[in-house]
Design a protein around this ligand. Structure first.
Ligand code: HAM
Length: 416
């Protein structure tokens, strides 16, 4: 029979690699807790409309990358391609605006996009991210950006570039889009058919096009920075000033538009030279219209999300501590009950403990103890059981001592 393989663009994670994931997850909890973010978990699938309305019907993500299916009651559902729209939906639906303060969330988990798989790009990938709702001050933008970059620094990822832009708001963007449309129309056939189609919808999406000619044309286009309204201009200046106080270096990129349509004002991306083509470690920005767009009140939002696989690729140096188990061995099967009970006591004390139940002789049990890299093997045989003790062998030094059971805990505290 044919072997069944994991679907293209997905992967299994197992030891020792899983240690890096656990390290990263623990670090996220501890770091973002310091800024009063609390964890939120949303479903892996949502009504498709949440994403088409939230992310924008013109985006590559909605047009080409969603895993959309009908369930048995003919509802259109989509595996979440990102989590911001879902967090906003959850906040509105559960009335967290009234009941929770501050409205600060972190999350991590799998996302799904029908992308072309390559190094750092998958169809099931993982993101961690944070979202702040209900605060439109430019200082919060800077704090979110600081918390994105400083966390990477704490993980030991220092060689990163932060790019920053403002993409305007509903007061200034329509006029800019008109100027952009005119410039795009003037390019005529130099733009690919896909981009020509985007001119009337959302011409900002032309900036995402990977075609060389479209990229060249985009370099000639007017930039939003020259068309910001006074409020967006002042907001952006204050974000930059706060980043300077916080000692966060950044580069202005007037063509950074992000791939999702919900952004307003501040937009940012962090890239790393180590990643090759898929160089974005994280991206985010403000989304002051999204809560209203999804049926909630007029509430500002800002956040970012990072690709966890891409972060893990930077943690090659990290060697998570390997477990050092205790192996409880028994001379003959009649001592198995003693072995099981000793294992229970030791696990209660917090030690990782393994017992081999296959009734094999002591030599084979010692071999197994070596295979699982046990720190100590504790042997129970007639002698030990009669004297209420256990023989403890240090597997590295091969030294063996007989310890009375009532002294074992103290002994392990000193020697483990
Ligand atoms: P995004 O830029 O689409 O933003 O994704 C954020 C990050 O997810 C990317 O920078 C990248 O590291 C990772 N990523 C995206 N697609 C893939 C993939 N196919 N394989 C591996 N990693 C991938 C968002 O998703 C927004 N929700 C971010 C946000 C939060 N904005 C405001 N709040």
């Amino acid at each position: 029979m044919n072997e069944i393989k994991a679907p293209k663009g997905t992967h299994d994670v197992f030891p020792p690699e899983i240690g890096k994931w656990q390290h990263l997850e623990n670090a996220i909890r501890s770091y973002y807790g310091r800024f009063l973010y609390q964890e939120i978990r949303t479903p892996l699938f949502e009504h498709s409309e949440l994403f088409s309305r939230g992310i924008g019907g013109e985006t590559e993500v909605v047009q080409k990358e969603m895993y959309t299916f009908s369930d048995k009651s003919d509802r259109s559902l989509t595996l979440r391609p990102e989590n911001t729209a879902a967090v906003v939906r959850a906040v509105i639906e559960n009335n967290l605006i009234e009941t929770m303060a501050p409205l600060r969330f972190y999350y991590f988990g799998p996302m799904f996009r029908y992308d072309k798989p390559q190094k750092g790009r998958y169809r099931q990938f993982h993101q961690y991210g944070i979202e702040v709702l209900g605060d439109d001050s430019p200082q919060v933008d800077a704090e979110v950006i600081f918390a994105a970059v400083d966390f990477l620094r704490e993980l030991g990822i220092a060689q990163v570039q932060l790019e920053l832009n403002s993409v305007g708001c509903p007061s200034c963007r329509p006029a800019y889009l008109e100027v952009l449309r005119q410039a795009a129309r003037a390019e005529g056939e130099r733009l690919c058919a896909d981009c020509r189609r985007k001119i009337d919808g959302n011409p900002l999406r032309i900036f995402d096009c990977k075609q060389h000619a479209c990229g060249e044309a985009a370099r000639r286009f007017p930039v939003i920075g020259d068309h910001l309204c006074a409020e967006c201009g002042e907001h952006f200046a204050a974000v930059r000033a706060t980043l300077s106080w916080m000692n966060v270096p950044f580069e202005l990129n007037p063509r950074l538009v992000r791939g999702l349509d919900y952004y307003t004002k501040t937009a940012f991306e962090v890239t790393s030279g180590q990643l090759g083509a898929q160089n974005a470690l994280l991206g985010g920005g403000r989304y002051n219209s999204l809560v209203r767009e999804l049926g909630g009140p007029d509430l500002a939002g800002i956040g970012f999300a990072a690709g966890m696989e891409r972060i893990i690729l930077h943690l090659e140096h990290l060697e998570p501590p390997a477990p050092r188990p205790l192996f409880v061995a028994y001379g003959e099967s009649q001592w198995l009950a003693h072995a099981v009970q000793l294992a229970q006591v030791l696990r209660k004390e917090g030690y990782p403990v393994y017992v081999d139940y296959q009734g094999r002789n002591l030599k084979k049990q010692f071999k197994k103890a070596d295979r699982i890299a046990a720190a100590f093997t504790l042997v129970l045989a007639a002698d030990e059981v009669e004297s209420g003790s256990v023989s403890v062998k240090n597997m590295a030094s091969q030294q063996q001592s007989k310890i009375h059971l009532k002294d074992l805990n103290e002994w392990l505290k000193k020697n483990y």
